[in-house]
Ligand binder design. Structure first.
Ligand code: NAP
Length: 381
């Protein structure tokens, strides 16, 4: 099966590293025949081309693997590949979270598959396992540490008592965080993965802007000190709960109990959990990023296509996000504690621990506080 690879960076080069050297007979049949690169200096392999038409117009190429990242031109290239009857595998959560409805429809119209295992949870077979659970029963809820960069920063802060900025700098030095870390630390990356998990787990599509998304750029050592005193540690989670009329979805730091399985998932590891009636809680832990683990997921998708496995190109249904049922206590550190006075159970200086209130209510209060330095987290009971 001939494959056209779009992008030969961290993930794309991992894909060729696996397909070019794997001893397994079936994998040897996955032939990356052309590779789209951007710059002449990258024409290091005879398969490389600067012209995407060499891939999209090649009738022998059955599958396009998109590992370029970004919205455009990735979206256009993927749409064109599907439109011309090629299967697609993508690792690009940002592009797929924005355009999955259109791309599922195009895949359906053209009788091909679009698979996106690597876009969510990196090397962890998360989408595949959600699909397996769904063969038997509905998935009721999920939660996960979906971002290795922020998990690395939070783990280091918990371990060393140091501040956010120095740990972000260290993550950048080690190549875990990009030079522009906004998507990671402001949790857009987790928002895309949470939305895509809702697509797979609940068959539900939501407006991305309707997912309350709180990142970690304002987290401070003092937040960890408070957590430690209470036997808690901080993790950035994406979570969701299915519903008929609306779904609950949110992205927020959570103070988890030291006995919680997620409390012990550290460094750049990811952990994701689904909950369903007979299987109960199922947790998957592994490398959520990195060249080879992510490429492993891309190659698994390629193998599934090679083996003719059905990928459900089911049009997801649109539902609103409603977090009224998420009733928790919240930790709020703010310059404007007076805004939270009515819902406060405890106040210590600029830190408020709320009574048990809904996430919808806390969202409203946080918006009205207009405090750009505010840090908010759920306190697990
Ligand atoms: N890295 C990970 O661990 C990981 C894990 C899971 C998912 N992902 C996702 O996988 C995708 C790729 O990530 P990555 O880390 O491999 O990024 P990367 O290292 O930046 O690789 C992307 C490659 O695509 C090239 N490219 C971009 N636009 C292009 C165009 N128009 N024509 C030809 N080549 C183009 C880039 O070239 P230039 O550098 O010249 O722009 C770069 O070489 C992203 O969507 C990312 O979110 C990554």
């Amino acid at each position: 099966m001939k494959i056209g690879l779009l992008g030969h960076g961290v993930v794309g080069s991992g894909v060729t590293a696996i397909t070019d050297s794997c001893a397994v007979k079936k994998v040897r049949r996955l032939e990356v025949s052309k590779i789209l690169v951007k710059d002449e200096s990258e024409l290091t392999d005879p398969r490389c081309t600067l012209n995407v038409e060499d891939i999209l117009e090649d009738p022998d190429i059955e599958v396009v693997a998109e590992c370029m990242g970004g919205l455009e031109p990735a979206h256009t290239f993927v749409a064109r590949a599907l439109g011309s009857g090629k299967h697609v595998v993508t690792s690009n959560k940002k592009m797929f979270a924005h355009y999955c409805e259109e791309l599922f429809a195009l895949a359906e119209e053209n009788g091909v598959s679009i698979r996106y295992e690597a876009s969510c949870g990196g090397g962890i077979p998360w989408m595949t396992n959600l699909a397996r659970v769904k063969r038997l029963e509905a998935i009721e809820s999920f939660r996960g540490i979906f971002n290795g960069t922020t998990n690395y920063i939070l783990s280091r802060m918990a371990e060393t008592g140091s501040e956010f900025a120095e740990n972000l700098a260290e993550a950048q030095r080690l190549g875990y965080a990009e030079q522009d870390p906004t998507d990671d630390i402001d949790a857009h990356d987790v928002k895309y993965k949470t939305a895509l998990t809702a697509v797979k787990a609940f068959n539900t599509l939501v407006d991305l802007d309707s997912i309350p998304t709180y990142g970690i750029s304002n987290v401070a050592a003092e937040d960890f000190s408070w957590g430690k005193e209470h036997g808690l540690t901080l993790k950035l989670l994406g979570a969701g709960k299915a519903g008929e009329e609306a779904v609950s979805l949110y992205v927020m730091p959570v103070f988890v109990k030291s006995g919680d399985i997620f409390a012990n998932v550290n460094a750049n590891y990811n952990a994701v959990q689904s909950d369903s009636r007979t299987l109960g809680e199922a947790v998957y832990i592994g490398q959520g990023a990195g060249s080879l683990p992510t490429a492993h997921a891309v190659v698994q998708d390629l193998l599934d296509i090679y083996q003719g496995q059905d990928s459900e190109n089911i049009a997801p249904k649109h539902l609103p996000v409603n977090n009224d049922s998420v009733k928790e206590q919240f930790y709020i550190r703010t310059q404007r504690p007076e805004v939270f006075a009515e819902v406060a159970a405890e106040t210590a200086g600029n830190v408020i621990i709320t009574k048990e209130i809904s996430l919808s209510e806390v969202n409203r209060l946080i918006s009205s506080a207009e405090d750009r330095s505010l840090f908010a987290a759920i306190v697990s009971r």
